[in-house]
Design a protein around this ligand. Structure first.
Ligand code: NDP
Length: 598
């Protein structure tokens, strides 16, 4: 099976790596800069001094705003190019959108806002609603600057502030800036020629993160009635494609699904929230559940003496490994290699089960074979759906396997060429993902980020992140980062954002309390942290380099090359070990490793 996996990987790896993807700028900027949900209204340019600007109004920004407010900082302004809070949940409103992991863990601050999602894998609209509720609860709508794209941000040492310019002609001078743009903020396109030619010839196209309901009809729950006479092409079968296919398949006259790599698709078993379970929840339940999920997730995966509360396809590998280890004659004597061997076997079993699931559902044997995932669990994001695979039995749905040609070849005036065949279509939906492991300057929607003495953040981080705790960087005073950089990594992204938001709010509040105007890591503080992360790093390259390409493994090249890792250079002792480390750092109270300026 290792040989088979390697062959499937080799088919798909492209020499250009992440550079294969097209950026949504220039001729293609219109596919990105459009906001289908909120009309952009005219306003006067803003010319203001602001204490804290939070860039991004998704969960990272909302949590930052929330913790800043809790820390007593009043003048917090969120800026987002979207017309509201929500981040990915604002932009991604495609038919079928739901949370793909346990929403009781994923949606933050459920207890604080006294809210429970109505089902385990909550609908996108419900999560978006919670984002809005967080915005209201923490007073973040006051002064929020929406429908505004920051274009440049430069540290101005003469006023000790960040100067931000935007596409609305603003001149905003911020004492502190919190970079909360998230990892999935910039869509990308397949690296193919002809998109402009197709659009110019009147072909319709949009990215899944800018769904065009005017064209398709319907809404996020489906009912795309305007597609009844349309031939639709879908490029991309990741987590988004898996959610889209059942709707497009049901409603379009013809659907061509262009697949380079199949997702693994397990049972979803989405259940409504049980009122009895909800009524019995005790204070602190969400934090407990999040920790429990993290422990059982593939990030840890061997747990004794604790039930698996989430108990779904994310935690199955952990459950099976734990059971195998527990059943071995002397569990305590097992070394890392033996545990890894058990992991590989259990991983193989899960993936084999999923491959058999495909053939038990999909009637055409050739289509079924193409839909089988031949790679290890977690090489790609695992998906779940009861409606995805059956859609390929519909007479109007055709799977076009483009693995051998490493992707679709090009667009033409009439449609798409794949495997040398032209498929004439009326509409192309790009479910082709986001700028996650591409060159670092592409991942930010902001063109220029310059710290002290014109130092570019993109140059500074080009080869390797340089930070203290993943949140501050020398040469970039008063700038704070959330995301996968050099911190703890959780299977639950919002838990990471919350951890970072809490820490950043503490530092900003302390700087003000101590009468300082600037803060940044000392060279020694930063070097220590970079070295700590490096020294503790676990070499995961064998796994990464065995995986089929995707953003998880920097398109097959492994995380370390060109800073391409999706998870950044994480603190490998673990998410909660990192949590403890920064909590102790805060308790010590001396802002160790940071320099304050007055
Ligand atoms: P992905 O990056 O996961 O998928 C992009 C898809 O486009 C892949 O199938 C890729 O194929 C395909 N592709 C790219 N270029 C080509 C090409 N030239 N020819 C053919 N196919 C091509 O993006 P998604 O939007 O699906 O998901 C991104 C992430 O967003 C997810 O991993 C998940 O973390 C998150 N998400 C979360 C959801 C949730 O419920 N919480 C729902 C949806 C998304 P290949 O795999 O071969 O590269």
């Amino acid at each position: 099976m290792r040989v088979k996996y390697a062959a499937e990987r080799a088919k798909r790896v492209r020499d250009e790596g992440a550079a294969q993807y097209l950026e949504l700028d220039g001729d293609l900027a219109g596919l990105y800069e459009v906001d289908p949900y909120t009309p952009v209204t005219e306003r006067d340019p803003i010319d203001e001094d602001i204490e804290v600007v939070v860039l991004g109004g998704g969960f990272a920004g909302l949590l930052s705003g929330a913790y800043l407010k809790k820390a007593g900082i009043g003048d917090v302004r969120v800026i987002d190019m979207a017309g509201d809070f929500g981040g990915v949940w604002y932009w991604n409103r495609f038919p079928g959108i739901q949370c793909d992991n346990d929403a009781y863990c994923y949606i933050p601050m459920l207890e604080e806002l006294d809210f429970l999602p109505s089902k385990k894998f909550a609908d996108g609209a419900e999560i978006f609603g919670h984002c809005q509720a967080m915005g209201k609860h923490f007073g973040l709508y006051d002064g929020a600057i929406f429908s505004t794209q920051v274009e440049t941000m430069r540290w101005d040492d003469s006023i000790k502030r960040w100067r931000l310019t935007t596409n609305r002609g603003d001149d905003i001078r911020a004492r502190f800036v919190v970079m909360a743009q998230g990892s999935y903020n910039k869509p990308k396109l397949p690296g193919i020629p002809g998109i402009k030619e197709y659009l110019d010839a009147g072909g319709h196209a949009f990215h899944s993160a800018r769904w065009d309901y005017d064209y398709t009809g319907g809404d996020a729950s489906g009912g795309l009635h305007k597609l009844a006479d349309k031939r639709v092409a879908l490029i991309g079968t990741g987590a988004t494609g898996v959610q889209l296919v059942p709707h497009l398949g049901r409603d379009a006259k013809q659907l061509f699904v262009f697949q380079r790599t199949p997702s693994s698709v397990d049972m979803r078993e989405n259940t409504p929230t049980d009122p009895e379970w909800a009524a019995a929840l005790q204070p602190g339940w969400q934090e407990e559940r999040k920790r429990n999920f993290h422990n059982w997730s593939p990030f840890v995966g061997v747990v004794f003496g604790e039930p698996d509360l989430v108990c779904d396809f994310w935690t199955e590998l952990g459950r099976n490994m734990t059971a195998r280890i527990a059943a071995s004659p002397d569990p305590a004597s097992l070394g890392v290699e033996e545990i890894m061997a058990i992991r590989e076997e259990e991983d193989y079993r899960i993936m084999e089960r999923l491959r058999r699931r495909v053939e038990s559902i999909v009637e055409d044997p050739q289509t079924a074979e193409a839909l089988k995932p031949y790679y290890r669990f977690m090489c790609k994001r695992p998906c779940s759906s009861e409606t995805y695979l059956p859609a390929f039995n519909l007479p109007n749905v055709t799977l076009v396997d483009v693995a051998e040609s490493k992707g679709v070849e090009r667009l033409t005036k009439k449609g798409i060429i794949a495997n040398g065949v032209e498929y004439e279509v009326d509409c192309v939906v790009f479910a082709s993902g986001f700028e996650i492991s591409t060159e670092i300057s592409r991942r930010y929607a902001i063109d220029v980020i310059e710290g002290r003495d014109g130092l570019s953040l993109f140059d500074s981080w080009h080869d390797s992140y340089q930070t203290l705790h993943g949140m501050t960087s020398r040469g970039f005073p008063n700038q704070f980062h959330l995301g996968f950089i050099q911190g703890g990594v959780s299977a639950n992204t919002t838990a990471m954002f919350e951890q970072q938001a809490r820490h950043i709010a503490y530092i900003i509040a302390e700087v003000s309390k101590r009468g300082a105007t600037t803060v940044e890591p000392s060279q020694a503080g930063q070097d220590n942290w970079v070295n700590t992360v490096r020294e503790l790093a676990i070499d995961n390259s064998a796994f990464e380099l065995s995986c089929t390409p995707g953003y998880y493994n920097n398109e097959g090249r492994g995380a370390s090359e060109n800073n391409g890792g999706f998870l950044g250079h994480f603190y490998s002792p673990g998410f909660y070990a990192f949590d403890e480390l920064i909590a102790q750092w805060r308790d010590k109270g001396d802002l160790d490793g940071l320099e304050l300026g007055h």
